[in-house]
Each structure stands twice: as C-alpha cells, then as structure tokens.
Design a protein around this ligand. Sequence first.
Ligand SMILES: *[C@@H]1O[C@H](CO)[C@@H](O)[C@H](O)[C@H]1NC(C)=O
Ligand SMILES: *[C@@H]1O[C@H](CO)[C@@H](O)[C@H](O)[C@H]1NC(C)=O
Ligand SMILES: *[C@@H]1O[C@H](CO)[C@@H](O)[C@H](O)[C@H]1NC(C)=O
Ligand SMILES: *[C@@H]1O[C@H](CO)[C@@H](O)[C@H](O)[C@H]1NC(C)=O
Length: 315
Amino acid sequence: MARGPGLALPSPWILMLAAVIGHAAAQNQCVCPTNKMTVCDERDPSGRCQCRVLGSNQAVNCSTLTSKCLLLKARMRASHSGRALVRPSEHALLDNDGLYDPDCDQQGRFKARQCNQTSVCWCVNSVGVRRTDKGDLSLQCDEVVRTYHILIDLRHRPDAPAFNHSDLDAELRQLFQQRYLLQPKFVRAVHYEHPTIQIELRQNSSQKVAGEVDIGDAAYYFERDVKGESLFLGPRDLNLRVGGQPLVLEQMLVYYLDEKPPQFSMKRLTSGLIAVIVVVVVAVVAGLAVLVITNRRKSGKYKKVEIKELGEIRQ
Ligand SMILES: *[C@@H]1O[C@H](CO)[C@@H](O)[C@H](O)[C@H]1NC(C)=O
Ligand SMILES: *[C@@H]1O[C@H](CO)[C@@H](O)[C@H](O)[C@H]1NC(C)=O
Ligand SMILES: *[C@@H]1O[C@H](CO)[C@@H](O)[C@H](O)[C@H]1NC(C)=O
Ligand SMILES: *[C@@H]1O[C@H](CO)[C@@H](O)[C@H](O)[C@H]1NC(C)=O
C-alpha cells in the first residue's frame, strides 16, 4: 500500500509554508494594529512594514502602544483637518489646555517644557499635564517629573445591577494586560462601590523599564476607548462584559499623582477645586483629566487641584 502524500510531507515543510503564508499576509497588510493614526509602507530597505505617526512623522513600533505625546500631536493634526469638536463653555473650566500640540523627544516622550505659538510656556509631567503656572520663554523646566500613580474614576450606568466585584476586578485587569499590554503588577487595585469603579495604576521611576508600556499611555488608550474613539485599527470597540452583563461606562475622571508636588500658586488651588466640582456635574460621556496633588497629607488622601483636560463632550 502506498502511503498518502500528506503523510510523506515532513513537518518542517508545514512550518515553512505557514511562515511564508504568514509573511505574505503581513506584507499585504502593512498596517499598524495599535495605532490607526499612522501611515505605513514597505519602502524601507529591509522591505519591512514601517509605520509613521501623523503629525510628527516619527516611526513607531506597532507591537506596542504609541506614546501619548505622539498621539496628542497626531490628534492636533486630525482636528485641524475638519472634525468639529464640541468645546465646553469657557466658565466650566479653570484651564482648558489639556489639548495642545506638544513637543515630543526622540523617544516620543513629552519634553519638560511646552510652549504654544504665543510664547506662553509651562512645565509638564510625564503624561503631558501642566504642573506649573504658565510663564514666558524664560521659564525653565529642569526635568520631566514622572507621574507614578494614576487613579481612573469611572461610573457605570446607575440603573445597571451591581457587578460582582471579583469578576469586575478580573475583567479590568485582563483588559489592561491584554488590550493595553500593561504588565499586571502595575494595576495596583480595582475598587468598586455601585456605580463607581476606580482603577489604580502605579509605576514609579525605578520600576519603569525601557520598552515596557507606561501607565500614562495605557490610561490614555483606555480614555480614548471609553470615549468611543479607539486608537486601535479596525472595529475594536471596547466591549466590556462582566459575568455576562454589559458594562457601560458613563463618566470618567483621571487623577494624576506626580513624584514631586506641582508648583502652582495657592490662588489656583482654590479655584481649581471649584472647577472640578462643576465639571463632574456637567460631564456625561466626557473624558476628563484632573490633576491631583501630591501633597499626600498624613491621611493619605488626595487633594484635587486643577482640571487639566476636558475631552469634548459628545452630544
Ligand atoms: C517592539 O515592541 C515589542 C514589544 O514591546 C518588542 O518586543 C520589540 O523588540 C519592539 N521592536 C522594536 C523594533 O523596537
Ligand atoms: C497660548 O496660550 C495662551 C494662554 O493659555 C492662550 O491664551 C492662547 O490662546 C494660546 N495660543 C495658542 C495659539 O494656542
Ligand atoms: C463573585 O464571583 C466569584 C467567582 O467569579 C464567586 O466565587 C463569588 O462567590 C461571587 N460573589 C458574589 C457576592 O456573588
Ligand atoms: C517603587 O515601587 C516599588 C514597588 O512598590 C517600591 O519598592 C520602591 O521603593 C519604589 N521606588 C521609589 C523610588 O519610590
């Protein structure tokens, strides 16, 4: 009896075939799965697919997240090209400088000092949030102070039944690990009290390894996902389910804690606190970023200081 040809095919062939097909598929699809705000091509001498971010034209690694600085820059480019943004009314905010066209360094990180076209300058932390009063071109920012603790405060639909805390915890940890490629140890805790969910991310300078996803970038991708503006290519909407129940998020606030206290004058602190309250009431499906200080009091409580970014309120 002759042996079937399929049996004669040695397994290394199958592996090679798979590799060739896989390679061809990759060639046909020179795209950036982790960042849709890119332009990709294979004109690179190596013939490999290379993707560059809009706005800065910087090459990015599509196996990992793109830095927030490059994403904000790309976003400024995109919003100039026509998509109308709904801005909240002026008096709702102390500052509305969360969206700006940032200066990024070679690695795509925020430069310590940011200025706008009118020569107004300020210092930012590692997530690009202003941490000093505004000054002029003589303003010095010695270093980028690291944001080592991010508190994401979410609210789900109040009429949804309470979720099982441990299932919710597991789902959100899995989300940060699988979708945002963040090492699980940096998700410090998930707190829950119907309908408020809090996710604590922590990663200090000594824990941060080059090439690893930064908590600031993971939080930014999550923020965009919650707003329904996913940065991932293709139909990759955030579709959270906990124990079979859909988890619909309605409100999001992000608090940032830096390794050093920010340097604002006291007057700002007080009016900032009022602004926070106003925005919390106004916001429905809005992404908000709020700077929180640092002055960790003896109680260990956060002190809200100033609103840094109000995402567009969707109508
Ligand atoms: C791209 O990122 C992945 C995941 O962090 C890493 O393993 C890989 O070495 C990076 N590639 C380049 C070319 O930097
Ligand atoms: C620059 O910043 C100042 C102060 O925040 C603001 O009034 C001005 O509109 C900004 N200009 C541009 C071009 O962004
Ligand atoms: C929550 O779910 C876990 C398993 O996922 C289960 O062991 C636990 O009993 C549940 N808790 C409640 C209060 O239902
Ligand atoms: C960074 O975090 C680790 C783990 O929580 C801790 O052991 C270490 O002391 C921290 N380092 C600094 C400089 O805060």
